[in-house]
Design a protein around this ligand. Structure first.
Ligand SMILES: [Zn+2]
Length: 115
Protein backbone atom coordinates (compact mmCIF):
# COMPACT_ATOMS: atom_id res chain seq x y z
CA UNK A 1 0.00 0.00 0.00
CA UNK A 2 1.46 3.39 -0.90
CA UNK A 3 2.37 5.45 2.09
CA UNK A 4 1.03 8.71 0.72
CA UNK A 5 -2.58 7.75 1.30
CA UNK A 6 -2.44 7.25 5.04
CA UNK A 7 -5.39 8.91 6.65
CA UNK A 8 -4.32 11.94 8.65
CA UNK A 9 -4.69 11.57 12.35
CA UNK A 10 -4.32 7.81 12.33
CA UNK A 11 -1.99 6.91 15.18
CA UNK A 12 0.42 4.05 15.27
CA UNK A 13 -1.02 1.36 17.46
CA UNK A 14 -4.58 2.60 17.17
CA UNK A 15 -7.28 0.17 16.20
CA UNK A 16 -7.30 -0.70 12.52
CA UNK A 17 -9.87 1.41 10.70
CA UNK A 18 -11.25 -1.63 8.93
CA UNK A 19 -11.75 -5.25 9.91
CA UNK A 20 -8.75 -7.37 8.94
CA UNK A 21 -10.82 -9.38 6.47
CA UNK A 22 -10.87 -6.40 4.16
CA UNK A 23 -7.13 -6.68 3.67
CA UNK A 24 -7.36 -10.11 2.17
CA UNK A 25 -7.30 -10.31 -1.61
CA UNK A 26 -10.73 -9.89 -3.14
CA UNK A 27 -12.10 -13.23 -4.29
CA UNK A 28 -11.81 -13.52 -8.04
CA UNK A 29 -12.96 -15.90 -10.67
CA UNK A 30 -11.58 -16.55 -14.09
CA UNK A 31 -13.73 -15.87 -17.14
CA UNK A 32 -12.75 -16.99 -20.61
CA UNK A 33 -13.60 -15.15 -23.79
CA UNK A 34 -13.18 -16.20 -27.38
CA UNK A 35 -13.04 -13.92 -30.38
CA UNK A 36 -13.94 -15.11 -33.84
CA UNK A 37 -10.28 -15.50 -34.71
CA UNK A 38 -10.05 -18.24 -32.10
CA UNK A 39 -8.05 -16.25 -29.58
CA UNK A 40 -8.82 -17.18 -26.02
CA UNK A 41 -8.61 -14.55 -23.33
CA UNK A 42 -8.82 -15.32 -19.64
CA UNK A 43 -9.62 -12.43 -17.40
CA UNK A 44 -9.80 -12.31 -13.64
CA UNK A 45 -12.93 -10.68 -12.39
CA UNK A 46 -14.11 -9.89 -8.88
CA UNK A 47 -16.37 -12.74 -7.79
CA UNK A 48 -19.46 -10.71 -6.99
CA UNK A 49 -19.30 -8.59 -10.13
CA UNK A 50 -21.12 -9.75 -13.25
CA UNK A 51 -18.74 -10.54 -16.08
CA UNK A 52 -19.22 -8.33 -19.12
CA UNK A 53 -20.86 -10.22 -21.97
CA UNK A 54 -18.26 -8.98 -24.42
CA UNK A 55 -14.55 -8.40 -23.91
CA UNK A 56 -12.22 -6.89 -26.47
CA UNK A 57 -9.66 -9.41 -27.64
CA UNK A 58 -6.23 -8.06 -26.64
CA UNK A 59 -4.59 -9.73 -29.64
CA UNK A 60 -6.77 -8.60 -32.53
CA UNK A 61 -9.15 -6.11 -30.93
CA UNK A 62 -12.30 -7.90 -32.01
CA UNK A 63 -15.09 -8.35 -29.52
CA UNK A 64 -14.84 -11.69 -27.73
CA UNK A 65 -17.68 -13.55 -26.03
CA UNK A 66 -17.95 -16.26 -23.43
CA UNK A 67 -19.28 -18.83 -25.88
CA UNK A 68 -16.40 -20.42 -27.76
CA UNK A 69 -18.76 -21.82 -30.38
CA UNK A 70 -20.49 -18.55 -31.08
CA UNK A 71 -18.15 -15.59 -30.77
CA UNK A 72 -19.69 -12.17 -31.34
CA UNK A 73 -18.99 -9.91 -34.27
CA UNK A 74 -19.67 -12.49 -36.92
CA UNK A 75 -20.60 -11.10 -40.25
CA UNK A 76 -24.33 -11.34 -40.54
CA UNK A 77 -25.98 -13.40 -43.22
CA UNK A 78 -28.21 -10.55 -44.31
CA UNK A 79 -26.61 -7.66 -46.18
CA UNK A 80 -26.29 -4.31 -44.54
CA UNK A 81 -29.37 -2.18 -44.86
CA UNK A 82 -29.76 1.48 -44.28
CA UNK A 83 -32.25 2.76 -41.77
CA UNK A 84 -34.34 4.04 -44.64
CA UNK A 85 -34.44 0.56 -46.17
CA UNK A 86 -35.83 -0.83 -42.93
CA UNK A 87 -38.41 1.93 -42.78
CA UNK A 88 -39.44 1.27 -46.37
CA UNK A 89 -39.88 -2.40 -45.53
CA UNK A 90 -42.36 -1.53 -42.84
CA UNK A 91 -44.26 1.20 -44.65
CA UNK A 92 -45.60 1.61 -48.13
CA UNK A 93 -44.86 4.74 -50.13
CA UNK A 94 -48.43 5.97 -49.60
CA UNK A 95 -48.11 5.58 -45.84
CA UNK A 96 -44.79 7.33 -46.02
CA UNK A 97 -46.32 10.25 -47.90
CA UNK A 98 -49.13 10.50 -45.34
CA UNK A 99 -46.68 10.45 -42.43
CA UNK A 100 -44.50 13.04 -44.15
CA UNK A 101 -47.49 15.29 -44.84
CA UNK A 102 -48.64 14.96 -41.26
CA UNK A 103 -45.18 15.78 -39.95
CA UNK A 104 -44.89 18.81 -42.25
CA UNK A 105 -48.32 20.06 -41.19
CA UNK A 106 -47.38 19.76 -37.54
CA UNK A 107 -44.09 21.52 -38.23
CA UNK A 108 -45.82 24.38 -40.02
CA UNK A 109 -48.30 24.70 -37.17
CA UNK A 110 -45.45 24.97 -34.67
CA UNK A 111 -43.79 27.62 -36.78
CA UNK A 112 -46.94 29.71 -36.75
CA UNK A 113 -48.15 29.01 -40.27
CA UNK A 114 -45.16 30.51 -42.05
CA UNK A 115 -43.82 29.03 -45.32
ZN1 LIG B 1 -8.63 -12.14 -31.25
Amino acid sequence: MPNGHVIRGARVGSAPPRPPERHQPVPCRSVSYWCRNGHRTDIRIVADVAAPSVWDCPRCGLPAGQDAQDPPGRTRAEPYKTHLAYVKERRTDAEGEAILAEALAALRQRRGGRS
